[in-house]
Design a protein around this ligand. Structure first.
Ligand code: CU
Length: 128
């Protein structure tokens, strides 16, 4: 956030092509890879409303399974087996942090951070 604010200040009057407000057709890709970090990027920060798509670039099947599916927590998503060359897409996720892993290879772990788009700077809420 500090970096974004700095860029805005540096650019002054120049229109900045921040496109977080028009993300309906955008897709954020996460690659499944055969070596660490396995899900690349390991931590993906994605504006809410953007489709997330995992692409299996390896020679074996994997899953994209929310850690909550293991426990009593709500299970946000579970791809089932994704064959080599196939992909798994989520149209959108609510804002939050989602840890996930591969049921077939539990060493494979990743994180999706879904954040609310912040196109305009909002002032701090003043409440007395
Ligand atoms: Cu796997």
């Amino acid at each position: 956030m500090r970096i974004v604010s700095t860029i805005v200040v540096l650019c002054g009057m120049v229109l900045i092509p921040i496109h977080l407000g028009a993300v309906e057709s955008e897709v954020y890709y996460i690659a499944m890879e055969g070596s660490a970090p396995y899900y690349s990027p390991f931590i993906a920060t994605i504006p809410s409303g953007v489709m997330v798509q995992w692409i299996n670039q390896t020679a074996t099947a994997h899953t994209v399974t929310h850690i909550g599916c293991l426990r009593e927590n709500p299970c946000a998503f579970d791809s089932g087996s994704v064959a080599p060359g196939n992909s798994f897409a989520l149209p959108s996720l609510e804002a939050g942090t989602y840890h996930y892993y591969c049921r077939l290879h539990p060493i494979m772990r990743g994180v999706v951070n879904v954040v609310e788009p912040r196109v305009k700077r909002e002032g701090p809420s003043v409440s007395g």
